[in-house]
Design a protein around this ligand. Structure first.
Ligand code: XIL
Length: 415
C-alpha cells in the first residue's frame, strides 16, 4: 500500500511555497503538504484515503467512479475504514465532556494545554476554529515549518513566511508558542546532512542557524526545543552529523548561542522514550547534570510522549521527578497514543485510560508545566504515515469529534 514516507514528507516540506495550482491527479493537500492547494480548472481537491495522508485534484465525474471503486475495495480489505470514511466512525463512541482543556490546566496550576499544528491544515476552517479556542488550547507548536529544512533550505537564505503564519495565529488567538526546533538529525537540508561541511563550518552554520531562528522569533515563544532527540534508546549518542563532527560539544555550544539570541525563552532539550528508566533516560539525566554543573543555559526537558495504547509506562511521574529534582522544568511536548488499526470500542476505552494516566502524571509533578498533543485530531496526525498500520492516536477523531480519550484528559486533570 502506498504511504507518504518520512523522506518524502521531508522533501515536500523542504519544497518552496508556491502559489501554483496542482494538475489533475496532482497532490493538493494532506499531511505535511506545503504545495499548491488549488486545482486546475475542472478538477477539485478531494480526500484520497485514510492511509495515504493526501488529497488529490480529481475531476468530479471521475470522482464518483473512483470513490465507488475504492469504497468497494476498502469494504473488502478494511471494513472499518470504509465505515469511518463514509459515516465518521459511527460505530465508535464519542467523548462526552464539555470541559475546556486549557481552562482546566491553567486552573490546576499548569502554564498551558496545547496542540501542534501545521501550515497545510490552516486552510481547514473547521479545524482552525477548534484550534483557535484558547480556552481549549493555550499553546501551539509548529509541527514542521520552523525546522531547519523549512527555514534555511539553502545556506544563509532564511524563509520565515510559513513559520510566521504560526506565530501570527498564536498571537491572534492569545496562545503561547513552543519553538520547534533548532538542531535535529531529521528534516535537515542536504547542505547540512551531507557531511560536506568541515567541523568548524558546521559549528558556525549551526550557531548561525539557531541564532537567526531565535532572533527572528525573539520574545515570541514561551519555550524552544533547541536540541531534539540527541540519544539512541540505549543511551549512546545519536551518530548524526552534529555528533560525528563536533562530538558532544554541539549541545552546550548551541544552547549558549540560543540564550544569547533570545534570553526570554526557556531552552529545552526534547526527546522520546524518556517516560521509563532506560539507557536513554539515564544518559539524559547525566547530560542535564553536567550542563547545569558547567553553567550551560538549560531550562527544560521535553518528554515527547509518542506512546502506544495499552503500553503507557507507569513510571512517567517518577521519570519527570528525576529531572525536576535536578532543577529543570519538564513538559510533555508531543503527546499521542496510537493503536493498531482498526480502532475498536475496547481500544478507545484503553486509550481513554492511557490519556488520563499521562495527564495525571504531569498534573502530579509541580515542575511539569504543560502538555502538548501532537495535533489534536486524527485528521492531521503524523502517525499513519509513519507507523505502518497504526493511527487513531489523537483525542479528536478525523471528523473533529471528541473521542473517549478527551474525557480521559479531563479526568486526568481533575485527579
Ligand atoms: C513530525 C511531523 O509531525 C511530520 O509531519 C513530519 O513528516 C515528520 O516530523 N518527533 C519530533 C517531531 O520532534 O518534529 C516530529 O514531527 C515527530 C517526532
Amino acid at each position: 500500500m502506498l504511504r507518504l514516507s518520512k523522506t518524502f514528507a521531508a522533501l515536500v516540506i523542504a519544497a518552496p511555497f508556491v502559489a501554483a495550482q496542482s494538475a489533475v491527479w496532482g497532490q493538493c493537500g494532506g499531511t505535511g503538504w506545503t504545495g499548491p492547494t488549488t486545482c486546475a480548472a475542472g478538477s477539485t481537491c478531494a480526500y484520497s484515503n485514510d492511509y495515504y495522508s493526501r488529497e488529490l485534484c480529481i475531476v468530479p465525474c471521475l470522482r464518483a467512479h473512483i470513490l465507488t471503486t475504492s469504497t468497494w475495495r476498502k469494504l473488502r480489505m478494511h471494513p472499518r475504514i470504509a465505515t469511518s470514511t463514509s459515516t465518521g466512525s459511527a460505530s465508535l463512541p464519542s467523548g462526552t465532556s464539555t470541559a475546556k482543556l486549557n481552562t482546566l490546566a491553567t486552573g490546576n496550576g499548569k502554564v498551558y494545554f496545547g496542540s501542534a499544528t501545521d501550515n497545510p491544515e490552516l486552510t481547514d476552517t473547521a479545524y482552525v476554529a477548534i484550534l483557535s479556542d484558547n480556552t481549549m488550547f493555550g499553546q501551539i507548536t509548529p509541527g514542521n515549518s520552523w525546522k531547519w529544512d523549512a527555514t534555511e533550505p539553502t545556506q544563509g537564505t532564511f524563509t520565515f513566511t510559513a513559520g510566521d503564519a504560526i506565530l501570527d495565529l498564536a498571537q491572534a488567538n492569545g496562545q503561547l508558542l513552543r519553538g520547534h526546533n533548532c538542531v535535529w538529525y531529521n528534516q535537515l537540508p542536504s547542505w547540512v546532512s551531507s557531511g560536506t561541511l568541515s567541523a568548524s563550518e558546521l559549528e558556525s552554520a549551526m550557531v548561525n542557524h539557531c541564532t537567526t531562528l531565535l532572533t527572528h522569533y525573539k520574545g515570541g515563544t514561551y519555550s524552544f526545543d533547541i536540541v531534539n532527540e540527541p540519544f539512541n534508546d540505549d543511551g549512546t549518542w545519536r551518530t548524526d552529523v552534529f555528533y560525528n563532527e563536533l562530538n558532544t560539544t554541539y549541545v552546550p555550544t548551541v544552547l549558549t548561542a540560543a540564550r544569547a539570541a533570545d534570553p526570554s525563552t526557556k531552552l529545552y532539550i526534547n526527546e522520546y522514550n524518556l517516560e521509563y528508566a532506560s539507557g536513554k533516560s539515564a544518559s539524559m539525566l547525566s547530560l542535564v547534570k553536567s550542563l547545569l554543573a558547567d553553567d550551560v543555559p538549560l531550562d527544560g526537558i521535553g518528554f515527547q510522549g509518542h506512546l502506544i495504547v495499552g503500553q503507557v509506562p507507569t513510571s512517567i511521574q517518577s521519570q519527570m521527578e528525576a529531572f525536576t529534582a535536578l532543577g529543570v522544568e519538564v513538559a510533555i511536548t508531543e503527546l499521542d497514543i496510537r493503536m493498531t488499526l482498526p480502532a475498536t470500542e475496547a481500544l478507545y476505552e484503553q486509550q481513554k485510560t492511557d490519556y488520563q494516566n499521562v495527564i495525571a502524571a504531569c498534573q502530579a509533578v509541580d515542575g511539569c508545566v504543560g502538555v502538548t498533543i501532537w495535533d489534536y485530531t486524527d485528521k492531521y496526525s503524523w502517525v499513519p504515515s509513519t507507523f505502518s498500520g497504526q493511527g487513531a492516536a489523537c483525542p479528536w477523531d478525523s471528523n473533529l469529534v471528541i473521542k473517549p480519550a478527551f474525557d480521559g484528559i479531563v479526568a486526568g486533570m481533575s485527579a
